[in-house]
Design a protein around this ligand. Structure first.
Ligand code: HAM
Length: 532
Protein backbone atom coordinates (compact mmCIF):
# COMPACT_ATOMS: atom_id res chain seq x y z
CA UNK A 1 0.00 0.00 0.00
CA UNK A 2 1.37 3.44 -0.89
CA UNK A 3 1.86 5.98 1.89
CA UNK A 4 -1.01 8.09 0.57
CA UNK A 5 -3.32 5.11 0.41
CA UNK A 6 -2.30 4.07 3.92
CA UNK A 7 -3.11 7.56 5.26
CA UNK A 8 -6.45 7.52 3.48
CA UNK A 9 -7.18 4.08 4.93
CA UNK A 10 -6.32 5.39 8.41
CA UNK A 11 -8.80 8.27 8.07
CA UNK A 12 -11.49 6.06 6.60
CA UNK A 13 -14.83 6.27 8.40
CA UNK A 14 -16.31 2.94 9.40
CA UNK A 15 -19.73 2.02 8.14
CA UNK A 16 -22.17 -0.69 9.17
CA UNK A 17 -21.61 -3.85 7.12
CA UNK A 18 -23.76 -4.23 3.98
CA UNK A 19 -27.26 -5.37 4.85
CA UNK A 20 -26.96 -4.36 8.51
CA UNK A 21 -28.07 -1.06 10.04
CA UNK A 22 -28.46 0.94 13.21
CA UNK A 23 -31.89 1.38 14.64
CA UNK A 24 -31.96 4.71 16.39
CA UNK A 25 -34.14 6.60 18.83
CA UNK A 26 -36.89 7.67 18.53
CA UNK A 27 -37.63 4.68 16.21
CA UNK A 28 -36.41 2.26 18.89
CA UNK A 29 -39.32 3.41 21.06
CA UNK A 30 -41.67 2.00 18.42
CA UNK A 31 -39.68 -1.26 18.41
CA UNK A 32 -40.06 -1.46 22.17
CA UNK A 33 -43.77 -0.81 21.95
CA UNK A 34 -44.17 -3.56 19.36
CA UNK A 35 -42.18 -6.01 21.48
CA UNK A 36 -44.03 -5.04 24.65
CA UNK A 37 -47.36 -5.59 22.92
CA UNK A 38 -46.11 -8.99 21.70
CA UNK A 39 -45.11 -9.94 25.27
CA UNK A 40 -48.56 -8.94 26.50
CA UNK A 41 -50.64 -10.55 23.73
CA UNK A 42 -48.61 -13.79 23.72
CA UNK A 43 -48.92 -14.07 27.50
CA UNK A 44 -52.71 -13.99 27.18
CA UNK A 45 -52.40 -17.05 24.90
CA UNK A 46 -50.20 -18.89 27.43
CA UNK A 47 -46.84 -18.44 25.69
CA UNK A 48 -43.54 -18.15 27.59
CA UNK A 49 -40.43 -16.40 26.29
CA UNK A 50 -37.35 -18.43 25.37
CA UNK A 51 -33.94 -16.81 24.76
CA UNK A 52 -31.69 -18.78 22.47
CA UNK A 53 -28.05 -18.67 21.41
CA UNK A 54 -27.56 -16.73 18.16
CA UNK A 55 -25.04 -19.32 17.01
CA UNK A 56 -25.81 -23.03 16.58
CA UNK A 57 -24.31 -26.05 14.85
CA UNK A 58 -24.56 -25.62 11.07
CA UNK A 59 -25.86 -29.16 10.78
CA UNK A 60 -28.93 -28.25 12.88
CA UNK A 61 -30.06 -25.75 10.23
CA UNK A 62 -29.09 -28.03 7.36
CA UNK A 63 -31.27 -30.79 8.77
CA UNK A 64 -34.20 -28.64 9.91
CA UNK A 65 -34.51 -25.94 7.24
CA UNK A 66 -33.10 -28.21 4.49
CA UNK A 67 -29.63 -28.46 2.97
CA UNK A 68 -30.95 -27.64 -0.51
CA UNK A 69 -32.87 -24.49 0.45
CA UNK A 70 -31.47 -21.07 -0.47
CA UNK A 71 -31.31 -20.17 3.21
CA UNK A 72 -28.91 -23.00 4.06
CA UNK A 73 -27.04 -23.48 0.81
CA UNK A 74 -26.42 -19.80 -0.01
CA UNK A 75 -27.34 -17.45 2.80
CA UNK A 76 -25.83 -18.68 6.06
CA UNK A 77 -23.01 -16.99 7.91
CA UNK A 78 -20.88 -19.92 9.02
CA UNK A 79 -17.79 -20.41 11.11
CA UNK A 80 -16.14 -23.63 9.98
CA UNK A 81 -14.02 -25.51 12.48
CA UNK A 82 -10.25 -25.41 12.24
CA UNK A 83 -10.00 -28.71 10.37
CA UNK A 84 -12.43 -27.56 7.73
CA UNK A 85 -10.48 -24.31 7.36
CA UNK A 86 -7.27 -26.30 6.90
CA UNK A 87 -8.91 -28.56 4.36
CA UNK A 88 -10.10 -25.55 2.37
CA UNK A 89 -6.66 -23.91 2.58
CA UNK A 90 -5.02 -27.09 1.31
CA UNK A 91 -7.49 -27.37 -1.55
CA UNK A 92 -6.75 -23.76 -2.48
CA UNK A 93 -3.03 -24.42 -2.41
CA UNK A 94 -3.18 -27.49 -4.60
CA UNK A 95 -5.25 -25.55 -7.13
CA UNK A 96 -2.42 -23.04 -7.35
CA UNK A 97 0.36 -25.51 -8.11
CA UNK A 98 0.89 -24.83 -11.78
CA UNK A 99 4.67 -24.65 -11.58
CA UNK A 100 7.41 -26.52 -9.64
CA UNK A 101 8.26 -23.38 -7.69
CA UNK A 102 4.87 -23.41 -6.03
CA UNK A 103 4.92 -26.94 -4.74
CA UNK A 104 6.36 -26.08 -1.31
CA UNK A 105 3.21 -24.14 -0.33
CA UNK A 106 1.03 -27.12 -1.03
CA UNK A 107 3.45 -29.55 0.63
CA UNK A 108 3.47 -27.47 3.81
CA UNK A 109 -0.25 -26.98 3.88
CA UNK A 110 -0.88 -30.68 3.36
CA UNK A 111 1.61 -31.65 6.09
CA UNK A 112 -0.17 -29.33 8.53
CA UNK A 113 -3.56 -30.77 7.58
CA UNK A 114 -2.32 -34.33 8.14
CA UNK A 115 -0.74 -33.39 11.45
CA UNK A 116 -3.96 -31.80 12.68
CA UNK A 117 -6.07 -34.70 11.50
CA UNK A 118 -3.81 -37.13 13.34
CA UNK A 119 -4.00 -35.03 16.49
CA UNK A 120 -7.79 -34.79 16.17
CA UNK A 121 -8.00 -38.56 15.79
CA UNK A 122 -5.73 -39.22 18.78
CA UNK A 123 -7.64 -36.82 21.01
CA UNK A 124 -11.00 -38.20 19.79
CA UNK A 125 -12.00 -34.81 18.41
CA UNK A 126 -13.06 -36.83 15.37
CA UNK A 127 -14.28 -40.42 15.76
CA UNK A 128 -11.62 -43.17 15.54
CA UNK A 129 -13.50 -45.11 12.90
CA UNK A 130 -11.86 -47.42 10.37
CA UNK A 131 -12.76 -45.12 7.50
CA UNK A 132 -11.34 -42.02 9.20
CA UNK A 133 -8.10 -43.87 9.87
CA UNK A 134 -7.91 -45.08 6.30
CA UNK A 135 -8.40 -41.62 4.79
CA UNK A 136 -5.78 -40.08 7.04
CA UNK A 137 -3.34 -42.87 6.10
CA UNK A 138 -3.86 -42.15 2.41
CA UNK A 139 -3.39 -38.44 2.92
CA UNK A 140 -0.23 -39.06 4.86
CA UNK A 141 1.19 -41.10 2.00
CA UNK A 142 0.41 -38.35 -0.49
CA UNK A 143 1.91 -35.80 1.86
CA UNK A 144 5.15 -37.78 2.09
CA UNK A 145 5.33 -38.21 -1.68
CA UNK A 146 4.77 -34.49 -2.10
CA UNK A 147 7.62 -33.68 0.26
CA UNK A 148 9.93 -36.00 -1.68
CA UNK A 149 8.89 -34.23 -4.83
CA UNK A 150 9.53 -30.84 -3.32
CA UNK A 151 13.04 -31.91 -2.30
CA UNK A 152 13.90 -33.33 -5.72
CA UNK A 153 15.24 -30.20 -7.29
CA UNK A 154 15.26 -31.69 -10.75
CA UNK A 155 11.51 -31.83 -10.93
CA UNK A 156 10.00 -31.33 -14.32
CA UNK A 157 6.28 -31.68 -14.98
CA UNK A 158 5.63 -35.28 -15.99
CA UNK A 159 2.66 -37.52 -16.44
CA UNK A 160 3.49 -39.35 -13.23
CA UNK A 161 3.33 -36.17 -11.18
CA UNK A 162 0.27 -34.84 -12.91
CA UNK A 163 -1.41 -38.03 -11.83
CA UNK A 164 -0.06 -37.58 -8.31
CA UNK A 165 -1.68 -34.16 -8.09
CA UNK A 166 -4.90 -35.39 -9.57
CA UNK A 167 -5.12 -38.10 -6.87
CA UNK A 168 -4.20 -35.64 -4.12
CA UNK A 169 -6.72 -33.08 -5.33
CA UNK A 170 -9.52 -35.61 -5.46
CA UNK A 171 -8.69 -37.04 -2.08
CA UNK A 172 -8.62 -33.69 -0.34
CA UNK A 173 -11.67 -32.28 -2.05
CA UNK A 174 -13.74 -35.33 -1.22
CA UNK A 175 -12.23 -35.79 2.18
CA UNK A 176 -14.89 -37.73 4.01
CA UNK A 177 -13.90 -37.34 7.61
CA UNK A 178 -16.85 -38.04 9.84
CA UNK A 179 -17.90 -34.95 11.79
CA UNK A 180 -15.10 -32.92 10.17
CA UNK A 181 -17.62 -30.37 8.99
CA UNK A 182 -19.23 -29.82 12.36
CA UNK A 183 -19.19 -26.06 12.18
CA UNK A 184 -21.36 -23.31 13.62
CA UNK A 185 -23.48 -20.66 11.92
CA UNK A 186 -25.39 -17.54 12.85
CA UNK A 187 -29.04 -18.53 13.03
CA UNK A 188 -31.04 -17.74 9.87
CA UNK A 189 -34.29 -18.43 11.75
CA UNK A 190 -35.48 -19.53 15.19
CA UNK A 191 -37.59 -22.67 14.73
CA UNK A 192 -34.64 -25.07 14.50
CA UNK A 193 -33.06 -23.64 17.67
CA UNK A 194 -36.34 -23.83 19.58
CA UNK A 195 -36.72 -27.51 18.59
CA UNK A 196 -33.12 -28.18 19.64
CA UNK A 197 -33.79 -26.50 23.00
CA UNK A 198 -37.04 -28.48 23.45
CA UNK A 199 -35.15 -31.77 23.03
CA UNK A 200 -32.06 -30.74 24.99
CA UNK A 201 -34.11 -29.48 27.96
CA UNK A 202 -36.47 -32.49 27.98
CA UNK A 203 -39.48 -30.29 27.51
CA UNK A 204 -41.51 -33.33 26.43
CA UNK A 205 -41.79 -34.00 30.16
CA UNK A 206 -43.60 -30.70 30.77
CA UNK A 207 -47.38 -30.45 30.40
CA UNK A 208 -48.03 -30.44 26.64
CA UNK A 209 -48.26 -28.50 24.46
CA UNK A 210 -45.28 -26.25 25.20
CA UNK A 211 -45.84 -22.73 23.87
CA UNK A 212 -42.72 -20.66 23.32
CA UNK A 213 -41.78 -17.40 21.66
CA UNK A 214 -38.49 -15.74 20.90
CA UNK A 215 -37.56 -12.21 19.80
CA UNK A 216 -34.18 -11.40 18.31
CA UNK A 217 -31.86 -10.98 15.34
CA UNK A 218 -31.52 -13.50 12.50
CA UNK A 219 -28.90 -13.53 9.75
CA UNK A 220 -29.21 -14.33 6.05
CA UNK A 221 -26.77 -13.27 3.33
CA UNK A 222 -29.48 -12.04 0.95
CA UNK A 223 -29.34 -9.21 -1.55
CA UNK A 224 -30.32 -6.21 0.58
CA UNK A 225 -33.26 -4.06 -0.49
CA UNK A 226 -36.15 -2.26 1.16
CA UNK A 227 -37.50 -4.60 3.86
CA UNK A 228 -34.73 -7.15 3.29
CA UNK A 229 -31.60 -7.09 5.41
CA UNK A 230 -28.76 -9.43 6.26
CA UNK A 231 -29.33 -8.89 9.95
CA UNK A 232 -33.05 -8.68 10.59
CA UNK A 233 -35.32 -9.29 13.54
CA UNK A 234 -38.03 -11.85 14.07
CA UNK A 235 -40.77 -12.33 16.62
CA UNK A 236 -41.16 -16.08 16.48
CA UNK A 237 -43.75 -18.25 18.23
CA UNK A 238 -44.08 -22.05 18.31
CA UNK A 239 -46.47 -24.60 19.80
CA UNK A 240 -44.80 -27.97 20.39
CA UNK A 241 -46.51 -31.12 21.49
CA UNK A 242 -44.88 -34.49 22.08
CA UNK A 243 -47.39 -37.08 20.94
CA UNK A 244 -48.59 -40.22 22.70
CA UNK A 245 -47.70 -43.65 21.35
CA UNK A 246 -51.06 -44.33 19.77
CA UNK A 247 -50.87 -41.00 17.93
CA UNK A 248 -47.30 -41.60 16.78
CA UNK A 249 -48.28 -45.02 15.42
CA UNK A 250 -51.12 -43.42 13.45
CA UNK A 251 -53.82 -45.53 15.12
CA UNK A 252 -57.06 -44.94 13.21
CA UNK A 253 -59.21 -44.56 16.37
CA UNK A 254 -57.43 -41.39 17.39
CA UNK A 255 -56.70 -39.99 13.96
CA UNK A 256 -59.81 -37.87 13.34
CA UNK A 257 -59.82 -36.41 16.85
CA UNK A 258 -56.16 -35.47 16.45
CA UNK A 259 -56.83 -33.75 13.13
CA UNK A 260 -59.56 -31.64 14.69
CA UNK A 261 -57.31 -30.73 17.61
CA UNK A 262 -54.40 -29.81 15.34
CA UNK A 263 -56.67 -27.64 13.25
CA UNK A 264 -57.80 -25.76 16.36
CA UNK A 265 -54.19 -25.20 17.40
CA UNK A 266 -53.27 -23.95 13.90
CA UNK A 267 -56.18 -21.54 13.95
CA UNK A 268 -55.41 -20.28 17.44
CA UNK A 269 -51.78 -19.57 16.53
CA UNK A 270 -52.95 -17.62 13.49
CA UNK A 271 -55.56 -15.85 15.65
CA UNK A 272 -52.77 -14.83 18.04
CA UNK A 273 -50.65 -13.11 15.38
CA UNK A 274 -53.73 -11.43 13.93
CA UNK A 275 -54.65 -10.18 17.42
CA UNK A 276 -51.17 -8.70 17.79
CA UNK A 277 -51.40 -6.98 14.38
CA UNK A 278 -54.84 -5.67 15.35
CA UNK A 279 -53.56 -4.23 18.65
CA UNK A 280 -50.72 -2.56 16.76
CA UNK A 281 -53.20 -1.15 14.23
CA UNK A 282 -51.21 -2.60 11.33
CA UNK A 283 -52.87 -1.52 8.07
CA UNK A 284 -53.91 -3.59 5.06
CA UNK A 285 -53.39 -6.95 6.77
CA UNK A 286 -54.06 -9.90 4.45
CA UNK A 287 -53.79 -13.50 5.56
CA UNK A 288 -53.18 -16.19 2.94
CA UNK A 289 -53.44 -19.86 3.87
CA UNK A 290 -52.78 -23.14 2.14
CA UNK A 291 -52.21 -26.81 2.85
CA UNK A 292 -49.18 -28.42 1.25
CA UNK A 293 -50.18 -31.94 2.26
CA UNK A 294 -48.02 -34.48 4.07
CA UNK A 295 -45.66 -37.31 3.14
CA UNK A 296 -48.66 -39.30 2.01
CA UNK A 297 -49.97 -37.00 -0.65
CA UNK A 298 -47.25 -34.43 -1.33
CA UNK A 299 -44.76 -36.72 -3.12
CA UNK A 300 -47.52 -37.83 -5.49
CA UNK A 301 -48.49 -34.22 -6.15
CA UNK A 302 -44.85 -33.24 -6.71
CA UNK A 303 -44.56 -36.11 -9.21
CA UNK A 304 -47.61 -34.81 -11.01
CA UNK A 305 -46.14 -31.29 -11.12
CA UNK A 306 -42.80 -32.67 -12.24
CA UNK A 307 -44.48 -34.48 -15.10
CA UNK A 308 -46.06 -31.18 -16.12
CA UNK A 309 -42.96 -29.13 -15.78
CA UNK A 310 -40.10 -31.62 -16.14
CA UNK A 311 -37.96 -29.36 -13.95
CA UNK A 312 -35.95 -30.26 -10.85
CA UNK A 313 -37.80 -28.48 -8.10
CA UNK A 314 -41.35 -28.00 -9.29
CA UNK A 315 -42.72 -26.77 -5.93
CA UNK A 316 -40.62 -23.60 -6.09
CA UNK A 317 -42.01 -22.75 -9.52
CA UNK A 318 -45.31 -21.93 -7.83
CA UNK A 319 -43.52 -19.10 -6.07
CA UNK A 320 -42.49 -17.50 -9.39
CA UNK A 321 -43.41 -13.88 -9.91
CA UNK A 322 -42.23 -13.80 -13.54
CA UNK A 323 -45.01 -12.44 -15.74
CA UNK A 324 -44.18 -14.85 -18.56
CA UNK A 325 -44.67 -17.90 -16.35
CA UNK A 326 -48.03 -16.96 -14.87
CA UNK A 327 -50.15 -18.39 -17.70
CA UNK A 328 -48.40 -21.76 -17.43
CA UNK A 329 -48.73 -21.81 -13.65
CA UNK A 330 -52.46 -21.10 -13.76
CA UNK A 331 -52.99 -24.32 -15.69
CA UNK A 332 -50.93 -26.50 -13.35
CA UNK A 333 -52.53 -29.09 -11.07
CA UNK A 334 -53.35 -27.65 -7.66
CA UNK A 335 -52.34 -29.33 -4.41
CA UNK A 336 -55.81 -28.74 -2.96
CA UNK A 337 -57.21 -31.21 -5.48
CA UNK A 338 -54.64 -33.82 -4.53
CA UNK A 339 -54.65 -33.81 -0.74
CA UNK A 340 -55.05 -37.19 0.97
CA UNK A 341 -58.10 -37.75 3.13
CA UNK A 342 -56.42 -36.71 6.39
CA UNK A 343 -54.86 -33.57 4.93
CA UNK A 344 -58.14 -32.57 3.28
CA UNK A 345 -60.04 -33.09 6.56
CA UNK A 346 -57.42 -31.14 8.48
CA UNK A 347 -57.42 -28.26 6.00
CA UNK A 348 -61.22 -28.03 6.02
CA UNK A 349 -61.13 -27.99 9.84
CA UNK A 350 -58.49 -25.21 9.88
CA UNK A 351 -60.76 -23.04 7.73
CA UNK A 352 -63.75 -23.80 9.96
CA UNK A 353 -61.73 -22.94 13.07
CA UNK A 354 -60.57 -19.66 11.53
CA UNK A 355 -64.20 -18.78 10.72
CA UNK A 356 -65.22 -19.55 14.30
CA UNK A 357 -62.57 -17.11 15.49
CA UNK A 358 -63.61 -14.43 13.04
CA UNK A 359 -60.18 -14.50 11.37
CA UNK A 360 -60.39 -13.32 7.76
CA UNK A 361 -58.24 -15.17 5.21
CA UNK A 362 -57.98 -16.05 1.57
CA UNK A 363 -56.66 -19.25 0.10
CA UNK A 364 -53.54 -19.24 -2.06
CA UNK A 365 -52.74 -22.63 -3.51
CA UNK A 366 -49.31 -21.37 -4.59
CA UNK A 367 -48.14 -20.63 -1.06
CA UNK A 368 -45.33 -23.19 -0.63
CA UNK A 369 -42.75 -21.27 1.48
CA UNK A 370 -38.98 -21.54 1.28
CA UNK A 371 -38.19 -23.91 4.16
CA UNK A 372 -38.35 -27.70 3.94
CA UNK A 373 -39.94 -28.58 7.28
CA UNK A 374 -43.55 -27.71 6.58
CA UNK A 375 -46.50 -30.06 6.17
CA UNK A 376 -50.23 -29.34 5.90
CA UNK A 377 -50.89 -25.73 7.03
CA UNK A 378 -48.77 -22.94 5.60
CA UNK A 379 -49.66 -19.27 5.88
CA UNK A 380 -48.31 -15.85 5.15
CA UNK A 381 -49.47 -12.38 6.15
CA UNK A 382 -48.86 -9.26 4.09
CA UNK A 383 -49.31 -5.62 5.07
CA UNK A 384 -49.43 -2.17 3.49
CA UNK A 385 -46.52 0.04 2.50
CA UNK A 386 -43.87 -2.62 1.95
CA UNK A 387 -43.37 -2.86 -1.81
CA UNK A 388 -42.20 -6.22 -3.13
CA UNK A 389 -41.02 -7.58 0.25
CA UNK A 390 -44.50 -7.40 1.70
CA UNK A 391 -44.65 -10.58 3.82
CA UNK A 392 -44.66 -9.50 7.47
CA UNK A 393 -45.20 -12.99 8.80
CA UNK A 394 -44.79 -16.57 7.61
CA UNK A 395 -45.46 -19.86 9.29
CA UNK A 396 -46.89 -23.33 9.20
CA UNK A 397 -47.10 -26.79 10.68
CA UNK A 398 -44.03 -29.03 10.95
CA UNK A 399 -44.99 -32.35 12.57
CA UNK A 400 -42.05 -34.73 12.36
CA UNK A 401 -39.29 -32.11 12.37
CA UNK A 402 -38.36 -32.92 15.95
CA UNK A 403 -37.69 -36.57 15.04
CA UNK A 404 -35.41 -35.41 12.25
CA UNK A 405 -33.37 -33.67 14.96
CA UNK A 406 -33.17 -36.74 17.18
CA UNK A 407 -36.15 -35.91 19.41
CA UNK A 408 -39.36 -37.78 20.26
CA UNK A 409 -42.39 -37.79 17.90
CA UNK A 410 -43.66 -34.23 18.26
CA UNK A 411 -46.08 -31.95 16.50
CA UNK A 412 -45.22 -28.35 15.80
CA UNK A 413 -46.83 -25.20 14.43
CA UNK A 414 -45.54 -21.68 14.51
CA UNK A 415 -44.78 -18.45 12.73
CA UNK A 416 -42.19 -15.72 12.56
CA UNK A 417 -43.00 -12.04 12.16
CA UNK A 418 -40.40 -9.97 10.32
CA UNK A 419 -40.12 -7.19 12.88
CA UNK A 420 -38.24 -4.81 10.55
CA UNK A 421 -41.06 -5.05 8.01
CA UNK A 422 -43.73 -4.74 10.67
CA UNK A 423 -42.14 -1.49 11.88
CA UNK A 424 -41.64 -0.27 8.30
CA UNK A 425 -45.32 -0.81 7.56
CA UNK A 426 -46.36 0.97 10.77
CA UNK A 427 -44.12 3.93 9.90
CA UNK A 428 -45.26 4.08 6.26
CA UNK A 429 -48.90 4.14 7.33
CA UNK A 430 -48.48 7.05 9.68
CA UNK A 431 -47.50 5.61 13.05
CA UNK A 432 -45.15 8.37 14.04
CA UNK A 433 -42.28 7.21 16.21
CA UNK A 434 -42.52 10.68 17.76
CA UNK A 435 -45.75 9.61 19.39
CA UNK A 436 -43.73 7.21 21.52
CA UNK A 437 -40.74 9.48 21.90
CA UNK A 438 -39.43 9.81 25.43
CA UNK A 439 -39.51 13.56 25.87
CA UNK A 440 -38.87 14.66 29.41
CA UNK A 441 -42.00 15.66 31.24
CA UNK A 442 -40.06 18.13 33.27
CA UNK A 443 -36.85 20.09 32.81
CA UNK A 444 -35.09 21.29 35.95
CA UNK A 445 -33.74 24.82 35.50
CA UNK A 446 -31.40 25.34 38.44
CA UNK A 447 -28.96 28.11 39.40
CA UNK A 448 -26.42 28.12 42.25
CA UNK A 449 -24.55 25.50 44.34
CA UNK A 450 -27.34 25.02 46.87
CA UNK A 451 -30.00 24.76 44.20
CA UNK A 452 -27.91 22.09 42.43
CA UNK A 453 -28.01 19.79 45.49
CA UNK A 454 -31.78 20.30 45.73
CA UNK A 455 -32.15 19.74 41.97
CA UNK A 456 -30.32 16.39 42.17
CA UNK A 457 -32.54 15.29 45.06
CA UNK A 458 -35.70 16.49 43.27
CA UNK A 459 -34.70 14.65 40.06
CA UNK A 460 -34.13 11.45 42.03
CA UNK A 461 -37.51 11.62 43.79
CA UNK A 462 -39.41 12.53 40.62
CA UNK A 463 -37.78 9.73 38.61
CA UNK A 464 -38.51 7.26 41.41
CA UNK A 465 -42.14 8.32 41.13
CA UNK A 466 -41.93 7.47 37.40
CA UNK A 467 -41.68 10.96 35.84
CA UNK A 468 -39.19 11.48 32.98
CA UNK A 469 -36.88 14.29 34.14
CA UNK A 470 -34.01 16.12 32.43
CA UNK A 471 -31.40 17.52 34.82
CA UNK A 472 -28.80 19.72 33.06
CA UNK A 473 -25.30 18.89 34.38
CA UNK A 474 -24.12 22.53 34.31
CA UNK A 475 -25.67 25.77 35.48
CA UNK A 476 -27.57 27.67 32.80
CA UNK A 477 -29.11 31.13 32.78
CA UNK A 478 -32.88 30.70 33.21
CA UNK A 479 -33.60 31.99 29.69
CA UNK A 480 -31.27 29.43 28.11
CA UNK A 481 -32.63 26.64 30.34
CA UNK A 482 -36.20 27.39 29.29
CA UNK A 483 -35.17 27.45 25.62
CA UNK A 484 -33.52 24.05 26.05
CA UNK A 485 -36.61 22.66 27.84
CA UNK A 486 -38.71 23.79 24.89
CA UNK A 487 -36.38 22.17 22.35
CA UNK A 488 -36.53 18.82 24.14
CA UNK A 489 -40.32 18.94 24.16
CA UNK A 490 -40.69 19.12 27.94
CA UNK A 491 -44.12 20.06 29.26
CA UNK A 492 -42.89 21.74 32.44
CA UNK A 493 -39.83 23.53 33.73
CA UNK A 494 -39.09 23.33 37.44
CA UNK A 495 -37.32 26.50 38.47
CA UNK A 496 -34.89 26.14 41.38
CA UNK A 497 -32.92 29.21 42.47
CA UNK A 498 -31.74 30.48 45.86
CA UNK A 499 -35.21 31.85 46.71
CA UNK A 500 -36.98 28.56 46.01
CA UNK A 501 -34.44 26.55 48.02
CA UNK A 502 -34.65 28.74 51.11
CA UNK A 503 -38.48 29.06 51.04
CA UNK A 504 -39.10 25.39 50.13
CA UNK A 505 -41.64 26.65 47.57
CA UNK A 506 -40.69 25.55 44.06
CA UNK A 507 -41.80 27.27 40.86
CA UNK A 508 -43.38 25.12 38.14
CA UNK A 509 -43.71 26.70 34.72
CA UNK A 510 -46.07 25.22 32.12
CA UNK A 511 -44.23 25.71 28.86
CA UNK A 512 -47.23 25.68 26.54
CA UNK A 513 -48.87 28.81 28.05
CA UNK A 514 -46.08 30.23 30.21
CA UNK A 515 -48.21 30.08 33.39
CA UNK A 516 -46.42 29.60 36.72
CA UNK A 517 -47.41 28.18 40.12
CA UNK A 518 -45.62 27.49 43.42
CA UNK A 519 -45.54 24.07 45.10
CA UNK A 520 -43.89 22.36 48.05
CA UNK A 521 -42.17 19.13 47.04
CA UNK A 522 -44.99 16.75 48.12
CA UNK A 523 -47.63 19.00 46.49
CA UNK A 524 -45.61 19.05 43.26
CA UNK A 525 -45.65 15.24 43.07
CA UNK A 526 -49.42 15.21 43.61
CA UNK A 527 -49.92 17.92 40.99
CA UNK A 528 -47.81 16.10 38.38
CA UNK A 529 -49.64 12.83 38.98
CA UNK A 530 -52.90 14.58 38.15
CA UNK A 531 -51.38 16.02 34.95
CA UNK A 532 -50.55 12.61 33.48
P1 HAM B 1 -39.56 -17.05 6.85
O1 HAM B 1 -40.71 -16.92 5.92
O2 HAM B 1 -38.25 -17.42 6.28
O3 HAM B 1 -39.99 -18.11 7.96
O4 HAM B 1 -39.39 -15.69 7.65
C1 HAM B 1 -40.48 -15.13 8.36
C2 HAM B 1 -40.53 -13.64 8.14
O5 HAM B 1 -39.27 -13.06 8.49
C3 HAM B 1 -40.76 -13.21 6.71
O6 HAM B 1 -42.14 -13.21 6.39
C4 HAM B 1 -40.21 -11.79 6.73
O7 HAM B 1 -41.16 -10.89 7.27
C5 HAM B 1 -39.05 -11.90 7.71
N1 HAM B 1 -37.78 -12.00 6.97
C6 HAM B 1 -37.21 -13.09 6.42
N2 HAM B 1 -36.04 -12.78 5.82
C7 HAM B 1 -35.86 -11.46 6.00
C8 HAM B 1 -34.84 -10.52 5.63
N3 HAM B 1 -33.75 -10.90 4.97
N4 HAM B 1 -34.98 -9.22 6.00
C9 HAM B 1 -36.08 -8.82 6.68
N5 HAM B 1 -37.05 -9.65 7.07
C10 HAM B 1 -36.96 -10.95 6.73
C11 HAM B 1 -39.21 -18.49 9.01
O8 HAM B 1 -38.20 -17.94 9.33
C12 HAM B 1 -39.81 -19.63 9.82
N6 HAM B 1 -38.86 -20.00 10.88
C13 HAM B 1 -41.16 -19.22 10.40
C14 HAM B 1 -41.80 -20.29 11.22
C15 HAM B 1 -41.78 -20.37 12.57
N7 HAM B 1 -42.43 -21.35 10.75
C16 HAM B 1 -42.83 -22.10 11.78
N8 HAM B 1 -42.43 -21.53 12.88
Amino acid sequence: MSEGAAKKEERRKFQAIKGTRDILPPETALWNRVEQTAHEVFATFGFGEIRLPIIEETELFARAVGGETDIVSKEMYGFPKKLEILRRATTDQIDRVDHPSKIHMFAQSLAILVLNLEQALNSSAIPTTESNRHVIEQLKKISEQTIVLWRSLSWEPSREWTEHFETARKLIKNLQIERLEESSSLRPEATAGICRAYIENNMQQLPQPVKLYCIGPMFRRERPQKGRYRQFYQIDAEVLEAVRKEVASGEWRVASKELAKDAAVDAEVIEMVMTLFDKLELQGVQLAINSIGDRNCRPKYVELLRAELSKTNPLRVLDSKLESEQKIIEKLPRIGDHLCEDCAAHYAAVKRELDLRGVKYHENWRLVRGLDYYMRTTFEITAKGLGSQNAVCGGGRYDGLMELLGGPPTKGIGFAIGEDRLILSLLETGHSPLATRHSPLLYIAWMGEKAYATAIRAAKNLRNAGFPVELPPVEQKFGKALGQADKLGARFALILGDNEVSSGEWTLKTLADGSQAKFTEPDLLEHLKKQL
